[in-house]
Design a protein around this ligand. Structure first.
Ligand SMILES: Cc1ncc(COP(=O)(O)O)c(C=O)c1O
Length: 363
């Protein structure tokens, strides 16, 4: 008899979410819990987004706006790409899955990096099983593009790159990425996942959309979950050539972007002040927190994002659990293949001081 779950699906490790904050408070008898585990915007959503969502509520008897028309139009103007070269998803996570489904043929493989965003391997596995994943180690906490080149085989169809990378917080510089992309054969699609792009102030960061303009087979992924503060609405977008977007439209679930999410994202896009304020806070607090963590004797990986990878003084799961019992939720990185590290999202000044106080108690 056939197994109920196909073998390649049984190889997927289901995503394990953390307990809700209210449950943690109840379980450990805590008054205050600070969550620094999911790289969310600690300032909250933009007020313009919240207003737009409120207005949107009166129309939720209707299906979502066809194909996210107005959001795509606004993005098209902002990014200077025709609407036909943009696609919307339920977070960039949804787009990553759409990409694997659209472009991996039966025996195709994909290259990813070790210690990077988990969704790439889940998406590849869902289509072609674990055997379709070619995994390259990091070098010095950064993507090792030379090893990517050495791993190319005729079966490779997709390359996933998180720039900057989660959970290390490091980025690939322009010259290196230019050279890499120029060496990739034209039958391979490179996904540049830029979920944290808006946090970067270094002028040497390569904006992936320039490769699309030059005709490279690149898909750039961006999201409203990070600096725009809308993780709970699930809105992401992809930019690529018309041909590639046409392929993606074929694996897109119709109406994948709820009305409130569409309208909220439009509001957030207009609120440039909120983005500026979020960037300023993050840059200041990242410097402050990195310095203070080092003062506590912790090894900190220099970050260009809104989170910091830290070497854990004891097994990361145990350390994160101790912090949770004191009211701070951070991410142990065992699922990211870094069991000796934790990842801390940069919070507000108050959040970060609370974390430092609890760290001092433990260390
Ligand atoms: C590198 C990277 N890409 C994509 C995402 C997913 O974002 P979204 O909320 O848009 O699905 C994350 C979220 O943590 C991420 O770290």
């Amino acid at each position: 008899m056939k197994e109920l779950i196909p073998f390649h699906i049984s190889q997927i490790e289901p995503y394990v979410p953390g307990l809700p904050i209210e449950e943690i408070k109840r379980k450990y008898g805590l008054k205050k819990v600070v969550k620094l585990a999911s790289n969310e915007n600690p300032l909250g959503p933009s007020r313009l987004a919240v207003e737009a969502i409120r207005k949107s509520l009166d129309s939720i008897n209707r299906y979502p706006i066809d194909d996210g028309y107005y959001l795509k139009k606004a993005l098209s103007e902002k990014l200077d790409f025709p609407m036909e070269q943009i696609i919307l998803g339920g977070g960039s996570t949804d787009l990553i899955k759409m990409i694997a489904r659209a472009f991996l043929d039966r025996d195709d493989k994909a290259i990813i990096s070790e210690t990077s965003f988990l969704m790439y391997r889940l998406a590849i596995c869902e289509v072609n099983g674990k055997e379709a994943i070619i995994k390259v180690p990091l070098k010095n906490y950064t993507y090792d593009l030379e090893s990517f080149l050495n791993s190319l085989t005729p079966e490779v169809k997709l390359i996933f790159i998180a720039n900057p990378n989660n959970p290390t917080g490091t980025m690939i510089r322009k010259k290196e990425l230019d050279e890499f992309i120029s060496k990739i054969p034209d039958n391979i699609i490179i996904v540049l996942d830029e979920a944290y792009k808006e946090y970067i102030t270094d002028p040497d960061f390569p904006d992936g959309t320039n490769y699309i303009k030059k005709g490279k087979k690149v898909i750039v992924l961006r999201t409203f979950s990070k600096i725009y503060g809308l993780a709970g609405l699930r809105v992401g977008y992809g930019i690529s050539s018309e041909e590639i977007i046409d392929g993606l439209k074929r694996t897109k679930t119709p109406f994948n972007l709820p009305r409130v999410s569409h309208d909220g994202a439009l509001g957030a896009l207009e609120d440039e002040e909120h983005v500026k304020k979020s960037l300023k806070l993050n840059t200041q607090q990242r410097e402050f927190l990195s310095k203070e963590l080092k003062k506590l004797g912790l090894e900190v990986i220099p970050s260009v994002t809104n989170f910091i990878m830290v070497k854990s003084p004891k097994p990361a799961k145990e350390f994160a659990f101790e912090l949770m019992k004191k009211g701070v939720i951070v991410r142990p990185l065992d699922a990211f293949e870094a069991p000796e590290h934790i990842r801390i999202t940069v919070g507000t000044e108050e959040d970060n001081l609370f974390l430092l106080e609890k760290l001092k108690e433990i260390l």
